[in-house]
Design a protein around this ligand. Structure first.
Ligand code: GLU
Length: 443
């Protein structure tokens, strides 16, 4: 491929510093948050990218970042404003794709990192998407159902300039669900004047949702967990599992592991932490959480201090909540041999190094939790073709995609003697940057 010459007659004298990829000016260099972690992960993989490394700066800044004001009427008639974001990190391989989270601590840096991890994840499982993510800085637990609907609809309208079934397709994430997706789909459709089911995934079945989507992330965590356990000689049927987070990901994964004979010994969530050496009754705990909103006060278990969760004797640890939970402060205490990242970004690079040295296998988020977006892709395909698959078909295809992607990544990890995270980044970044290279720069 030919490239423009390095210099041309008449090129003015330049300050090279102004032409290198500096950090975006909107982030403070000493407080990069999750985006800083993502940048370190990219730096670790750059030496393995060969000639594609000339494009690596593409990955170090998002393609588009939109910040919106989300004003709504509260039930008492007053007006409240919330901050909303939608970031498209990369669209070289296809439209933006990634969830929307509602959380009081959402920041631009976090949404940027989550969008970037979606680019990596989508490329790792080879679904034809780029990466995007959205969020609203709001605590949905403090909103009535009507207020939640108004936040969702106004946010959707505000990001309407970016999203669309061929442009950027949101989905559920932390604190968003099928109902939120139904409101998003309806708002977009009303604004467009035509019902457009393919604009979001993770919808209710009666609105173009897919069988198996709700369980897909947890099922993927379990499927790859089994593969990894087998490779390190860990018998899942007698394994002890500890989970952080018991929502859509952790709850489903717990059920599947328990069904396979494993003992779920500890669960921590936003309300507290519980432990039972002999194994928790998972169906009873799911019913308790559905009723009380948290694992706290579950009768058939002993309460544990939140920090003690990291010392729990277990073989498999599944962080399935938020970012930056496994850090240099607790990585040395974790007893598990296998960590399966159901959450996005739960482990810091320092913790990664500690775990690697201790011989703990980390199945990284960008492959471990890719089941959700894989079935989102299936949902999108079904919406476009208006032809819907059976649950068995969905699950079978999911297994095939996940196992195939994992086999490739495992082989790359062996070949380069790197962690599974770096191997996943090698596979994914190469795919993204190859697409970038083929497309070239416009103009
Ligand atoms: N929020 C999920 C994730 O982090 C799913 C995204 C999607 O289905 O688009 O992977």
């Amino acid at each position: 491929m030919s490239h423009p010459p390095d210099s041309q007659p008449g090129t003015p004298a330049r300050n090279p510093a102004l032409f290198s990829s500096a950090l975006p000016s909107y982030l403070k260099p000493d407080d990069l948050g999750p985006w800083g972690i993502y940048l370190q992960q990219v730096d670790r993989v750059t030496p393995y990218l060969g000639r594609l490394s000339r494009w690596v700066d593409t990955l170090k800044r998002p393609k588009r970042s939109l910040i919106v004001d989300v004003p709504i009427h509260l039930d008492d008639g007053s007006v409240a404003h919330f901050e909303g974001y939608r970031v498209q990190h990369n669209t070289s391989r296809g439209p933006g794709k990634g969830g929307v989270r509602f959380h009081q601590n959402v920041t631009l840096s976090e949404v940027m990192a989550l969008a970037a991890w979606m680019s990596i994840k989508n490329a790792a499982v080879n679904v034809p998407y780029g990466g995007a993510k959205g969020g609203v800085r709001v605590d949905p637990r403090q909103l009535s159902l009507g207020e939640l609907e108004r936040v969702t609809r106004r946010y959707t309208s505000e990001i309407g300039i970016l999203i669309g079934p061929n442009k950027d397709i949101p989905a559920p994430d932390v604190n968003t669900n099928e109902q939120v997706m139904a409101w998003m789909m309806d708002t977009y459709s009303m604004n467009e004047g035509t019902t457009t089911t393919g604009v979001v995934t993770g919808k209710p079945l009666d609105l173009g949702g897919s069988l198996g989507r709700r369980e897909a992330t947890g099922r993927g965590v379990f499927t790859l967990g089994l593969e990894a356990a087998r490779l390190i000689g860990l018998d899942v049927a007698s394994a002890r599992v500890a989970l952080q987070g018991f929502g859509n990901v952790g709850g489903v994964a717990a059920q599947l592991f328990a069904h396979a004979g494993a003992q779920v010994v500890a669960v921590q969530d936003h309300g507290g932490c519980i432990y039972r050496a002999g194994g928790l009754d998972v169906p009873a705990l799911l019913a308790h959480v559905a009723h009380c909103g948290s694992v706290a006060d579950f009768a058939a278990a002993e309460p544990l201090a939140n920090d003690a969760f990291w010392d729990v004797p277990c073989d498999i640890l599944i962080p399935a909540a938020l970012e930056q939970q496994i850090t240099a402060a607790n990585a040395g205490r974790i007893q598990a041999r296998l960590i399966i990242e159901g959450a996005n970004g739960p482990t810091t690079p320092q913790a990664d190094d500690i775990l690697h040295e201790r011989g703990v296998l980390v199945l990284p988020d960008v492959i471990a939790n890719a089941g959700g977006v894989t079935v989102s892709y299936f949902e999108w395909v079904q919406d476009f073709s208006s032809f819907f698959w059976s649950e068995d078909e969905v699950n079978e295809r999911l297994m095939k995609v996940m196992k195939g992607a994992f086999a490739t990544i495992w082989q790359v990890a062996q070949q380069h003697r790197v962690s599974l995270r770096t191997a996943t980044f090698i596979v994914a970044c190469s795919r993204i940057l190859h697409a970038r290279d083929l497309r070239g720069l416009y103009p």
